[in-house]
Design a protein around this ligand. Structure first.
Ligand SMILES: Cc1ncc(COP(=O)(O)O)c(C=O)c1O
Length: 373
């Protein structure tokens, strides 16, 4: 059982890491699990191999617990994108997605529309890139059957209001890419129909730890087009090709990587032990610290200042001529961030310490003193 103090202490990477939205350095519990399970898998003992395989069941149960859902409706996936593809390829009708959303959604939706001919893409181009309920309401048409959205936008850090989106879209499907918020912010999951994520960022579990949850409405309306041999009921289907399972299991292709899901279980257990609510309040405070320094050194921020509308991502939007000098100052101070499309994305986690924030403040001060107005 991990308590809050040991959770904070488990952030044992080097100071300067502010890129959790790109990759989360592995938690000590995750690293320990890998070593232990690798030994079990090396033993050649059936019981040991079974023990590792059982982590996939545990992973589904823990994800379901965090979603307030049934483990039967959770499938394990190689990544968020694979989960989203399972959902998107089974759609028909108008699918609304923000043009600026992460390519997991935009590319999968375009490919599915081209391949199947049954999907009409409805591109949303909301002001500032925020997928607000108002922007969705204005763009909805009678043809819209589904809306795809990121819980936390990878670029701006805007946290979508799932309950308000549900109010606006009625009983259309709401497909949520949750990778930038799952396990670190409380969301109204019951408002969603499909939730996809992966454990390699905020859950500190490494890649290959994706998942997708399909609620009742999604199971009714989404056809399991990409279903593979693991997506059937019963044992390995040989000498016959059965129909896809009538459950969420249909949205799977092959046997999961149990060692990957052992990692996910370790990462999720830490989260469940300390509680998402606790993590959220601390994370929002850390992203608030980043915003404080940005304001102090007059660097524009495109992330909402309202605590409920952001999570761990803060996007700085310096003037175009300032992007390279700011990026250089951050790098010179030993800070890791993502610089893309004119934005500097800064993403602390709850364990980001005062030492890292001090370096961040120093980097902004150095940039600011050299800035030409
Ligand atoms: C919003 C969002 N969705 C999806 C992905 C990619 O997820 P995965 O690698 O699990 O497919 C990322 C990666 O940065 C992301 O930020």
């Amino acid at each position: 059982m991990t308590d809050w103090e040991s959770y904070l202490a488990s952030f044992d990477g080097e100071p300067g890491y502010l890129d959790w939205a790109a990759f989360g350095p592995l938690a000590p519990s995750v690293r320990a699990e890998v070593h232990a399970d690798a030994e079990l898998l090396g033993s050649g003992r059936p019981s040991s191999i079974e023990l590792v395989a059982d982590h996939s069941r545990e992973a589904r149960e823990l994800i379901a617990q965090l979603l307030g859902a049934d483990a039967e409706q959770v499938t394990l996936q190689p990544s968020t994108t694979y989960g989203l593809m399972q959902a998107v390829y089974g759609l028909a009708g108008g699918l609304m997605i923000s043009r600026g959303d992460f390519p997991s959604l935009t590319v999968a939706a375009s490919r599915a529309a081209d391949a199947l001919g049954s999907i009409e893409l409805q591109w949303l181009e909301p002001e500032g890139g925020y997928v607000t309920p108002e922007a969705v309401r204005e763009a909805l048409t009678d043809e819209t059957t589904a809306v795809g959205v990121s819980l936390v936008d990878f670029r701006t850090g805007y946290r979508a209001d799932l309950a308000a989106l549900r109010d606006v879209i009625g009983d259309r499907l709401l497909i949520v890419d949750a990778i930038q918020g799952f396990g670190v912010v409380e969301a109204d999951w019951a408002a969603a129909d499909v939730v996809c994520g992966n454990g390699y960022k905020w859950l500190r579990a490494g890649r290959g730890t994706g998942f997708a949850w399909f609620g009742d409405r999604a199971l009714e309306r989404i056809a399991p087009v990409l279903s593979g041999f693991s997506g059937v009921e019963g044992d390995l289907p040989v000498d016959a090709v059965p129909l896809p399972a009538p459950s969420a299991q249909a949205f799977s292709v092959a046997t999961p990587d149990h060692l990957a899901f052992a990692r996910l279980v370790a990462g999720l257990r830490d989260v469940v032990d300390v509680g998402v609510g606790m993590i959220e309040s601390e994370l929002v405070a850390r992203s608030g610290d980043v915003m404080y320094f940005a304001e102090r050194y007059e660097i524009p921020v495109v992330t909402p200042s309202e605590a409920g509308r952001r999570a761990g991502i803060v996007a700085l939007a310096p003037a175009p001529q300032d992007v390279a000098p700011l990026a250089a100052s951050l790098a010179n101070h030993g800070l890791t961030v993502t610089v893309r499309s004119g934005l500097v994305r800064v993403a602390p986690h709850v364990g980001t310490g005062a030492d890292t924030l001090r370096l961040f403040g120093d980097a902004l001060a150095a940039f600011s003193s050299a800035r030409v107005w």
